[in-house]
Design a protein around this ligand. Structure first.
Ligand SMILES: [Zn+2]
Length: 59
C-alpha cells in the first residue's frame, strides 16, 4: 500500500502557495476596488475596448 501519494491536494499549504495567493490578491484587489468606484461610462468604455481588442463584432 502506498501511503505517500504526492497529489497536489495532499501537499497542503506551502509557503510557495501562500506567496502565489498573496500575489494574486495584490493584483486582483486593486482591480476590484477600481472597478467598484469607476463610473458607468468608464466601465462601458472599457468593456467596449476589450470587445474590439478581442476582435468580436461590434459596430
Ligand atoms: Zn465598438
Amino acid at each position: 500500500m502506498n501511503t505517500h501519494a504526492a497529489t497536489p491536494a495532499a501537499q497542503g499549504t506551502t509557503p510557495a502557495r501562500w506567496l502565489a495567493a498573496s500575489a494574486a490578491l495584490l493584483v486582483a484587489l486593486p482591480l476590484l476596488w477600481g472597478a467598484g468606484f469607476a463610473s458607468a461610462d468608464a466601465l462601458h468604455d472599457t468593456a467596449h475596448d476589450v470587445r474590439h481588442a478581442m476582435g468580436l463584432p461590434c459596430h
